[in-house]
Every structure is written in structure tokens, then in C-alpha cells.
Design a protein around this ligand. Structure first.
Ligand code: ATP
Ligand code: MG
Length: 325
């Protein structure tokens, strides 16, 4: 395995806040690696340290062998960064935004133009390159940010929440783009709090919470941590969940309660289901489902938290979009 990105015990402290608390991982060349975690988990702080924007309190990371602490300039030639807070200038065209990046990297004249063109073409924005960014949709803006990170043809791409707040359709367009980077041999590190995104896109996933990696592996490996089946009961609010839970305990079944949802773990759903149906006799239930473990379940198991799509900070996103507009 050829390791292109290696984080070694990264720590970042802001005053009394341990934003990143000893994070280590390795990313194989030509793969997609995801940091999956809730708001405040330390994803952006990790990406900022890897991209030399923040100095670690302790620890180090190596990009293609170069230390982010000791050789930041060498690292910067190799990496492209799409930050979580979008940076394109609304009042300029897509073309001009990317051109500024090209100039910042020192490209001039014909070469600069070629690079801008290629970057915009890669993300599918060449047709609208002469339009002001203020006329772009959310998905187009995100793609423009990706183009801005591509002008120097980086080997490694850091994408911080590349699909934040986008609808599922538009997210797919970005997923295809990111898969394209992998096909062309680039290495991608992305952060997300969308389970599905981590699951369908990544070769490996690190589940990060409270500044630490709680679990790491391929989506399949992570899912195989949960053995057996799960039976999920969605209940009406007027049902005595506590009473049901006590009955489950008496039957020797392990379960988890999450507001109106009861999730029961069992080695054999076929045997357990009749017991549960019996238990529910005379009670009104919204739905009963046998659930196959997915990353959502793994996340819940490991962190004790649910990572719903709604759990992303809507207010923060609004502030973000207001700033763009
Ligand atoms: N400059 C800073 N000064 C003080 N605290 C900070 C700073 N930057 C981040 N933090 C804190 O560090 C923790 C990790 O923040 P970070 O932005 O890395 O999380 P995140 O996983 O990217 O979250 P989100 O999903 O909301 O983007 C949070 O508690 C945050 O409040
Ligand atoms: Mg973040």
C-alpha cells in the first residue's frame, strides 16, 4: 500500500477546547477517505492542519512524505483544498474566480488560461464560465469551489463538506466528480456528516467524534461490526415505551430507545419477531421493520449518537449561504 497522507497523533487545542485529540490515520494513494462525524467533531480542524492552514498543537502529518509542520510550502504544491466556508466572489464570473487561483499559483498567459479552462471543464462549468457566480445554483457554486482547488493539478484533494446542504440529486453529481478524481489517480480526503455519502463514496471511513477517531475501516468492515439483525419499532407517542422496554429486558433482548423508536438487536429476527408481535398485541404501532445494519447503525453503536441528515446545523448553513449571496 502506498500511503500518500498520514496523520500522526494530531492534536489541536483552542484554549480549553480539545478540537482534535490525538488523530492518526493513513490514506492509500488513489483512494477516497472520509471523515464522518457530527457538528464540532473536529473534521474541519483536522483538514486545516493537513492543509497547513493551522499548526497542530502537537503531532504531525505527512503528505507524500512532506511534513505539514516543517515543509508546508512543499505540501501546498501537492494539495488542493475546498474549504467548508465557500470563498468564491459572487460579483465575479466563474472564470475570473478560477483565474485568480491560477495567478496565485504563479501561472501566467496561455498556461493560466489553459489551466482555468481545464479546471472548469472538469467540473462541468465551462458553459457558464462567463456568468456571475451570483447566478449559480448551490451545486454549481460547490463545483466552482472544486475547480478553484484544481488549477495546479494537485495530487491530493481535501474537500471539507463538499455537498453540505445540497439536495440528493445535486450531491450525486458531485459524487461522480469525486469518483472521477479517484479514477485519474488522485487521492481524496473528504468530510461529511451524510451517512449515505460516506457509505457509497469512500474506500475507507473514519468515524470521528469529540476530536477522536472512534472507528475506522471500509464501510463493509464497519458494518460487519454489527452482528445479527435489528428489529425496529416505530411507536406512536401515546405508547408506554418504558413498559415495552421492561418487557424486552425480561425476554433477555438488548434494545435501544431513541424517542419514539425502539431498536432491538437479535441474532435471529425470525425467532424474535413473533415474541415481539405478541408483546405488541393490542397496541398501536406505526411500523415494524427488520433493519440491515448500515453506517447509521454503526455510528449510533459507536458514539451513542444519531447522525440524522437534519442534525446538520441549519443555522450555520443559513449564515454561510447569506454570506455567499
Ligand atoms: N478557531 C477556533 N477557536 C476556538 N474553538 C474552535 C476554533 N475552531 C474550531 N473550534 C472548536 O473546535 C471544535 C471542532 O470544530 P470543527 O470545526 O473542527 O468541527 P467540525 O467537525 O468541522 O464541525 P462541523 O460539522 O460543524 O463543520 C468545536 O468545538 C469548535 O467549536
Ligand atoms: Mg467542519
Amino acid at each position: 500500500m502506498e500511503v500518500v497522507v498520514e496523520a500522526v497523533n494530531l492534536v489541536k487545542r483552542f484554549g480549553s477546547v480539545m478540537a482534535v485529540n490525538g488523530v492518526s490515520f493513513k490514506i492509500e494513494k488513489g483512494s477516497i477517505y472520509s471523515l464522518l462525524g457530527p457538528n464540532g467533531a473536529g473534521k474541519t480542524t483536522t483538514i486545516k492542519m493537513l492543509s497547513t492552514l493551522l499548526k497542530p498543537t502537537s503531532g504531525d502529518a505527512y503528505i507524500a512524505g512532506f511534513s505539514v509542520v516543517r515543509e508546508p510550502l512543499k505540501v501546498r504544491r501537492i494539495i488542493g483544498l475546498m474549504p467548508q466556508d465557500l470563498t468564491a466572489d459572487d460579483e465575479m464570473t466563474g472564470w475570473d474566480n478560477v483565474m485568480i487561483q491560477a495567478r496565485l499559483y504563479g501561472y501566467k498567459g496561455r498556461e493560466a488560461e489553459e489551466r482555468v479552462k481545464r479546471a472548469l471543464d472538469t467540473v462541468g462549468l465551462l458553459d457558464v464560465a462567463t456568468r456571475k457566480v451570483s447566478t449559480y445554483s448551490g451545486g454549481m457554486r460547490r463545483r466552482l469551489e472544486v475547480a478553484m482547488s484544481l488549477v495546479h493539478d494537485p495530487e491530493v484533494l481535501f474537500l471539507d463538506e463538499p455537498t453540505l446542504g445540497l439536495d440528493v440529486q445535486t450531491r450525486r453529481v458531485l459524487w461522480d466528480l469525486i469518483r472521477g478524481f479517484r479514477r485519474s489517480g488522485k487521492t481524496v480526503l473528504l468530510t461529511t456528516h451524510y451517512m449515505e455519502e460516506a457509505e457509497v463514496l469512500s474506500d475507507r471511513v473514519a468515524i470521528i467524534d469529540e476530536g477522536r477517531i472512534k472507528a475506522e475501516g471500509s464501510p463493509e468492515e464497519l458494518k460487519s461490526r454489527i452482528r445479527g439483525d435489528m428489529i425496529r419499532l416505530e411507536l406512536y407517542t401515546d405508547i408506554d415505551v418504558k413498559g415495552l422496554a421492561e418487557e424486552l429486558s425480561r425476554l433477555g433482548l438488548s434494545y435501544r430507545v431513541d424517542s419514539n423508536t425502539l431498536t432491538i438487536s437479535t441474532y435471529n429476527a425470525g425467532e424474535t419477531l413473533p415474541l415481539i408481535i405478541n408483546m405488541l398485541a393490542g397496541k398501536r404501532v406505526k411500523s415494524v421493520n427488520i433493519v440491515k445494519p448500515n453506517l447509521e447503525e454503526v455510528f449510533l453503536e459507536i458514539t451513542g449518537k444519531r447522525l440524522r441528515e437534519e442534525s446538520f446545523d441549519v443555522f450555520k448553513y443559513r449564515v454561510l449561504t447569506q454570506r455567499i449571496r
